[in-house]
Design a protein around this ligand. Sequence first.
Ligand SMILES: *Cc1c(COP(=O)(O)O)cnc(C)c1O
Length: 395
Amino acid sequence: MLGVPASYSFDMERFVARERFEKIKNFLKDKETPCLLLDLKSVERNFDDLTRTMPYAKIHYAVKANPHEAILRMLIRKGCNFDFASINELDTMLALDTSPERLSYGHTIKKSEHIAYAYEKGVRLFATDSEDDLRRIAKNAPGSQVFFRLFMECSGADWSLSRKFGAHPDTIFKLIRLSKELDVIPWGLSFHVGSQQRDIGQWGNAIASCRYLFDSAKELGIQLKLINLGGGFPAKYIQPTVPLEIYAKEVTRFLSEDFPEGIPEIIIEPGRSLVGDCGILTTQVVLKSKKESYNPYSWLYIDAGKFGGLYETIDESIKYPIYSEKQGPVEEYIIAGPTCDSLDVLYERDKYMLPKNLEEGDKLYFFSTGAYVNSCSLESFNGFKPPKVYVYDED
Ligand SMILES: *Cc1c(COP(=O)(O)O)cnc(C)c1O
């Protein structure tokens, strides 16, 4: 921290236009807290930005980021495709009349009967990263297209998706070779460089590995067709990233340099970058206290926490912008949730500078809470209910 500024300031325009926030605040005026507002117009804008900056890519929205029906319906209308990871997510999409050609089963860890269920419903595109899973797909979803997921280190990402997923190129090569003997179509490769990835060069490394595997597959007589660039594109949190335009420009450059004969079929699986910015979580201050009179930091307990949607504050990974309407001198706060679990501390290592005069009942707005918030809330831990969700669709 670079010292405490004289008075509270917050650059709202980075996250939401002031005028729009005023309207939203009015809408939220008498809603009980905690509550989460989802601004559909923001999702729509992000979808348009992605299609504009990567026009060659087919977007498969990662449903887990926010499975709210209003978001799914709007994305269906916009022509989006979807990546699901469980039978429930698949059923949600089918219940909304999405045709199975628009769906991919992107999870590499799945039961045989779930593969069979997806196949029976018409799904023909599956991810894999192990021999067992590949054989299961061949058996339960014969003739389907498969893409092989590469292991990534995920350094540079705020929220890592490493280790658990993917396999090293040598193993992927063996899987591609094995797929020749099985009833599947080896269609391409995928990777996920880690969520909220700040180092665009990670896509460069991954695409170079894909080039290498495209060539190796060719020696087996297999022409791979697809690269799935995964998610990892940014939403707007406290620490700025370069704009999406730069991500798109760089990724496109990596692709055209590594594939001078023509860019393969491309899928992207955005979660956070599509829906992250659309959420405003309204919370209230429950209690402010000091552990000791001369301790420089106050504790601020609020009515939303790790078990009620702010799950990605684990390890203080995701730093949400927090806004107060109060003005005046500031103080550095440790911020914690309302439950009786000591894990329910949101930010302690990095303090938040908020007005000194905060008191019980004051509202705090968490911006950019559209991804992994309502989808990551417990039903009722300690009797605290998850934030109620409101959809905002005004112009
Ligand atoms: C979670 C997930 C995504 C979405 O990642 P973001 O970083 O939120 O964009 C994409 N693909 C897969 C396979 C995932 O598990």
